[in-house]
Structures are given as C-alpha cells and as structure tokens.
Design a protein around this ligand. Structure first.
Ligand code: BGC
Length: 428
C-alpha cells in the first residue's frame, strides 16, 4: 500500500473519531509536534515558544525525540488516526502534499497572514510550492538546512598531520587513514537508518553529480538506479563506511557531533543542524571547526527545509495562536535568531542576500551564497534522507537497502543497486 492510501485510511478513521476540541485557554493555545530535542535544537525552538508566549498564547510542547523525525511522524499519524491531531506539526517536502490530500490541514488559517506578510514575494518559488496545497499555504517554512556538509575538527586534523580539508574522495580517504593511524575515530557517525542514508546521498551526489542525484532520488529513474554510476556510488559507500566509528550502532547524531567537538573524532558528515551543537558548545565557525561541502559536492546544495504545517481547528482562539506562530516564524527577528541557534540559514530571500550584514558566521554565509547560486545551475536538489525528495514510503525503502548494505561488509554493490531499484518500485 502506498503512503497516500495509508493517509487516506487515517482520514477515514479520523472522521469516525471526530476532532476532540481542546479546552481553550484565555487567548488560545497551540500544540506543536516537532523533533527538535538536542541541546542546540532546543535552544532554537525555545525562541519560537518564547515569542508565541510573549504574544499571549499558550504553547503546548509536543516534542518527540528522534533525529530525522521518523518517530515524530509515526506519533503524528497515530494522533491523526485517533482524531486528535495537534494544531501545528513539523512536516516537510512532498509529505505536505500527502497530508494536504487527507483534508486534515487547514487551507484557511494562513491565507490572510500570507497576504499581509507578503510570503509570495519573500520565498523562492521552489519553497513556496512545497508548502502550498491546492494553491494555498498549509505550512510555514522556517529555515533552510544544507545537508551535504563535512564537519571538521582542525585541531584533530593537525594532530594527525593533515594539512587541509579534503576536496576529493581520495583526499577524504587519505585523511581518514591518517586519523585512524593516530587512534582517532575518522568519521563520527550514528548507525541509524536516516544517518546512514544522509551519508549515502552525499556519496551519490559526489559520484553522480547533481544531475544523476536528481534522476535517482527525484525522478526515481530505474536505469539510473541500476546503472554503473550507482554501482560506483555503492562501492564508494562501502569504503566510506570503513572510516565510520565502529561503535556507531544506534548512536544519536548529536552524540556523534560531540565526538568531533570533544576531539575524539576528526570528521562528521551531517546537515548543518550539527552546527547547532557546536554553537551550543560555544565554538566558533572557521576557528574551532571547519565546514566544507562533502568532497566532490561543492557545486551542489542538498536542501532540507523545516516547515510547520497547520491542522484544521474549530476553535477560533486556537486558530489565532496558529496564525501568530506562523507570522512570528517568517518574521525577520525570528528568522535570524532561530537560524543562528539551529545552524541553518533564513528562508527569506531578502535576508539571504545580506548574511554578513546580519552577523551570520562563515558557514552560514557560504550556505546562503551557494543556495542562491545553485538555484540557477540545477545544483540545488532536495534531500532524499530528509523527506524533501520523495514520499516517506519510497524513502523508507531506500533506508532499508542502504542500512543493510552498510552493515554487511560482504554486500555486493551491483546487487545493492538492483535491490534499491526493486525496493523503490514496490514502494511507489
Ligand atoms: C530536520 C532538522 C533536524 C534534524 C535532526 C532533520 O530532518 O530537518 O531540523 O535538526 O533532522 O533531528
């Protein structure tokens, strides 16, 4: 069964168990389901909470731990099924369309806010299209994350005798060998499916370029999925995995980030929410740590846009709380402070154009410059591992193949490519 039909079942069940009206607080309340629970992420979401509360509304925190959000999505689906969805939930990419088609998202709540705040002119079309359903905003985008980053501890590199950040896969492996030889973890990593696939998509991008990446993960083109280049990507993935922390099983991404921050490991492949941990630890970009595009992906930008979707509510006060949250979320003050804490960049194009003036650090300035440039060249591609490129069903099929592959040193790259194509085709 595809995810659309699964969501359709959610809707029919939701009509059997009608929405339970939440007791209204004086000025309305908003429950927000999200998965921002690491130290850095919490610092970021607390900014939104504080502003909504300052505006007189009650914030009900619906945090569900688990990086990448798959646990949060499971919780959200079961709540929707029980007829008790929250007012707002972190939902991203094509999934927004699926939720939109269930009729549970509100196409009314954000109408006026979007007009008053001129959202259409503030956002690039790729972004506004993602958060609209049937031509109406059903979610507010809060930031842009870049996924294809490599995080480096320069002190550790120095101790291992590595002179510069790698720019090719060969240099990456050479750096990894030197780190291992000095007893460091070369590549900090958490062995969870979404983290494995974050690494996989970087490697695919490096080997196949933005065009090949798009054919594989956006178009789901069978000949690309089974082609020679994909086999090469799996071959490189196997090599990359030899540099991963051997004790990675089940490790959370922020614990892996801490290994690099604390000088136990040299590198981590992770989106720039990893920067939130460096920031929370008081470290400075360009000085205490380096952010570079994963080798071979300098001309590409895999984007991951966090957005908060609004559910249909009956209570007018609670709707007012949703509207307040949405207005705050795209306001300039919030966009700046949130992204500085979160490691992302603002989603407002007017802000992307003046990142240095706004006081953003070197990593964020590079991200903004690359986002705008790569939008013009085709280098800007949606992240598969972060729900931006495909449905959750297809993503889940990819996750399974990739994680099994990484954990089996005997696995054959050729077979993995054909398993990938098969798994995707049955999940479509
Ligand atoms: C989300 C980020 C989050 C990260 C780790 C990504 O999918 O977009 O906001 O920080 O997962 O949980």
């Amino acid at each position: 069964m595809n995810s659309l039909s699964r969501l359709a079942i959610v809707v029919s069940l939701a009509s059997v168990f009608p929405l339970s009206a939440l007791a209204a607080d004086s000025k309305g309340s908003v429950e927000v389901v999200h998965w921002w629970t690491s130290g850095g992420e919490k610092a970021a979401v607390d900014v939104l909470k504080a502003q909504v509360e300052k505006d007189g509304f009650t914030w009900k925190d619906g945090a569900v731990a688990g990086g990448g959000g798959s646990t949060a999505m499971t919780v959200l689906k079961s709540r929707a099924m029980a007829g008790n969805p929250p007012g707002v939930a972190q939902i991203k990419g094509p999934d927004i369309q699926e939720w939109g088609s269930t009729g549970l998202l509100s196409t009314e709540a954000l109408k006026q806010v979007a007009v008053d705040e001129k959202w259409d002119s503030l956002l690039v079309k790729k972004v506004s299209d993602t958060v609209k359903y049937d031509g109406e905003y059903v979610a507010v985008p809060v930031n842009i994350h870049r996924v294809n980053w490599l995080w480096i501890n320069p002190e550790v590199f120095k101790k291992a005798g590595i002179e510069k950040a790698p720019t090719t896969l060969e240099e990456f492996y050479a750096a990894g060998d030197k780190l291992k030889a000095k007893g460091f973890i070369a590549l900090a990593h958490g062995g969870q499916p979404w983290q494995d696939s974050t690494v996989f998509e970087d490697v695919v991008l490096s080997v196949m370029g933005a065009d090949g990446y798009k054919k594989a993960f956006v178009d789901l083109d069978e000949s690309t999925l089974t082609g020679e280049q994909m086999v090469k990507a799996f071959t490189e993935l196997k090599k990359v995995a030899t540099y991963m922390d051997p004790n990675r099983a089940g490790r959370d991404w922020n614990i892996a980030a801490a290994d690099v921050i604390n000088g136990k490991a040299g590198m981590q492949m992770m989106g720039d929410w990893a920067k939130s941990e460096w920031t929370a630890a008081g470290k400075v970009a360009g000085k205490d740590y380096q952010c570079v595009a994963f080798p071979g992906t300098e001309k590409a930008f895999t984007y991951n846009i966090d957005s908060l979707a609004v559910f249909e509510l009956k209570n007018k006060d609670d709707m007012a709380a949703q509207q307040d949250l949405a207005k705050v979320a795209l306001g300039t003050d919030f966009q700046k402070v949130f992204s500085m804490n979160k490691g992302s960049i603002p989603v407002r194009t007017d802000m992307l154009a003046e990142m240095d003036k706004l006081g953003f650090d070197a990593c964020a300035q590079t991200a903004a410059k690359d986002f705008l440039a790569d939008d013009k060249t085709g280098g800007l591609q949606p992240s598969m591992a972060h729900n931006m490129a495909t449905t959750l069903a297809v993503q889940g099929a990819i996750f399974d193949v990739v994680t099994n592959y990484i954990n089996n040193p005997q696995a054959d790259p050729q077979k993995a490519a054909s398993q990938l194509a098969k798994a995707i085709s049955s999940a479509k």
